[in-house]
Design a protein around this ligand. Structure first.
Ligand SMILES: [Zn+2]
Length: 245
C-alpha cells in the first residue's frame, strides 16, 4: 500500500528528483558512516577523513581508503539502484543527487547523477593535477600502501570531498537547481544531517514542491514530508517500479 502511494506521488508530481544517501548502498554491502555500526564508530573522522589529516599523513589516510576501495571493488548495484535507473528510463525520475561516492548509480544505468561529495572514480595529484582512474589506483595499491602520482610521485588524493574541503561548486549548484525545479523530491536512505544536502528539501518546499522520504531512522523533515516510509530502499523502490507495470 505504501509503495503504491509513493508510486502515485511520483506519477502526479513531475518532475521528480531523487536524493540518495548511504542507506541506498548498505544493501550492496557498503557500510554507512553514522549508524551505530557505521564506519565512524571504528574510525575517527578527524584522523581519517579531513583534508588536514590527509596533508599531514596521507599514507595513514590511505590505509583507511584502501580498505574502502577493496569493498567498493566487489560491490554491485542493488535493487534500489536498479529501480531508480529504471524510473529514469521511463521518464519518471529527472536526476539522482547523491551523497555516495561509490559510482553504483552510474553502474546501475542512471544517467543524470549529481555527486555532491565527489567519487572514487578518480584520484588526483595535488601538485601536478594528474588524475588516475579507480582500477589503476587499485593496482597501484597492490604494490604500495598509498598510490603515488605516475607523473611526479606525490601521493594521490581520492577525488572525494574530505571534511574541511570545499564542496564541488558546479555539482552543488546543479543539486540546488534540481531541488528548486522538483515537484517532488524523493529522499532515499539519507538522514539529511549533512550539508549541503540537508538544505535541499527546504529548497523544494519553498518552491512549492513536495517531499517524500524513504529512510530507516528519523530525519529533520519527517513532519514536513507528504509521505514518510520507514523502510528498506531496495524492496520499496522495486515495488514502486512494479506499480508502473
Ligand atoms: Zn603529480
Amino acid at each position: 500500500m505504501t509503495a503504491l502511494r509513493l508510486a502515485e506521488l511520483i506519477r502526479k508530481h513531475q518532475p521528480c528528483v531523487v536524493l540518495t544517501g548511504a542507506g541506498v548502498s548498505t544493501e550492496s554491502g557498503i557500510p554507512d558512516f553514522r549508524s551505530p555500526t557505521g564506519i565512524w564508530t571504528r574510525y575517527d573522522p578527524m584522523e581519517y577523513a579531513t583534508i588536514e589529516a590527509f596533508l599531514r599523513d596521507p599514507v595513514k589516510v590511505w590505509d583507511f581508503y584502501a580498505k574502502r576501495l577493496e569493498v567498493l571493488k566487489e560491490a554491485e548495484p542493488n535493487a534500489a539502484h536498479l529501480a531508480l535507473a529504471e524510473l529514469e528510463r521511463r521518464g519518471l525520475v529527472r536526476a539522482v543527487v547523491t551523497q555516495n561516492i561509490d559510482r553504483l548509480h552510474e553502474r546501475a544505468g542512471s544517467r543524470e547523477v549529481v555527486e555532491v561529495h565527489g567519487s572514487v572514480r578518480t584520484s588526483s595529484c595535488l601538485d601536478c593535477g594528474d588524475a588516475v582512474a579507480f582500477d589503476e589506483v587499485v593496482s597501484l595499491l597492490a604494490d604500495a600502501p598509498a598510490p603515488p602520482c605516475p607523473r611526479c610521485g606525490r601521493i594521490l588524493k581520492p577525488d572525494v570531498v574530505m571534511f574541511g574541503e570545499a564542496m564541488p561548486e558546479a555539482e552543488i549548484d546543479r543539486a540546488y537547481d534540481l531541488a528548486r525545479e522538483a515537484a517532488l523530491l524523493l529522499v532515499v536512505g539519507s538522514s539529511l544531517e549533512v550539508w549541503p544536502v540537508a538544505g535541499l528539501p527546504q529548497e523544494t518546499l519553498d518552491s512549492g514542491g513536495l517531499v517524500a522520504i524513504v529512510n530507516q531512522g528519523p530525519t529533520p523533515y519527517d513532519h514536513r514530508a507528504d509521505l514518510r516510509l520507514e523502510a528498506a530502499a531496495g524492496e520499496t523502490l522495486t515495488e514502486v517500479v512494479r506499480h508502473f507495470g
